[in-house]
Write a protein that binds this ligand. Structure first.
Ligand code: SAH
Length: 214
């Protein structure tokens, strides 16, 4: 499914009215057609501002939340970004327009395969997809300028905090999986970490180990 000009306009209007105002982020979200990342039953709802199922019990996040997180991450064209929780690949595709390089990690092989196919179809060359448990981060590629988690942990995982550059930013949902979580921004300083609350959110949990595909 591909979008009409009117759908694109309404989509951008909806996310802007929910607080996504950064021009670079809006331009990246205009470029990436969410219709490619939502398949099957829910395909005709791809341009609505809601999370949708993507298989393996996971969800593609709500577009306004994707925009909010991307905006909070303050990605520049020189950044190497680490994303934990590839899912459909939608967030990674948006980041690929803003960053130099995006490493994205997913624990379900089927989601790694399907997102990789979309990245190839879109001729995206700066996304590196990795099938692994992202709660340990990617020690071999660290440190990162920016880190984004799209699954909720109870606390920011220690390995990820240590893989953030000084001056780097990490955005993640924290809290119990069955309740409202907080989206937070962590900035690594020379002497430690600064924390800032952004808003309440609801995400699927960050789960340790590799996933079993259905
Ligand atoms: N960013 C995604 C949203 C994905 S939902 C998108 O744009 O569509 C969160 C994803 O995190 C799920 O696919 C889930 O399988 C994955 N996940 C959860 N725990 C993980 C872990 N420890 N390592 C890697 N991926 C994980």
């Amino acid at each position: 499914m591909t979008r009409s000009a009117e759908q694109t306009m309404q989509f951008l209007f909806a996310i802007r009215s929910r607080g996504v105002t950064d021009k670079r982020v809006l331009t990246a979200m205009e470029k990436v057609d969410r219709g490619f990342f939502v398949k099957g039953l829910f395909a005709d709802r791809a341009y609505e501002d809601m999370p949708l199922p993507i298989g393996s019990g996971q969800t593609i996040s709500q577009p306004s939340v994707v925009g909010m997180m991307t905006q909070a991450l303050q990605v520049t064209a020189r950044d190497t970004v680490l994303e934990i929780g590839t899912g459909s690949g939608y967030q990674a595709a948006i980041l690929s327009h803003l960053a130099r390089r995006v490493y994205t990690v997913e624990r379900y092989k089927s989601l790694v395969m399907s997102s990789k196919q979309i990245f190839e179809f879109l001729k995206t060359t700066n996304i590196i997809s990795i099938y692994a448990d992202g709660s340990r981060g990617l020690p071999d590629q660290a440190p990162f300028d920016k880190i984004i988690l799209t699954a909720a942990a109870e606390d920011p995982p220690g390995p990820l905090l240590s893989q953030l550059k000084i001056g780097g930013v990490m955005v993640l949902p924290v809290g119990q999986s069955d309740s409202v979580q907080s989206l937070i921004k962590v900035i690594r300083t020379k002497s430690g970490y600064d924390y800032e609350d952004i808003r309440d959110v609801r995400f699927v949990p960050l789960v340790e180990g590799l996933g079993k595909d259905d």
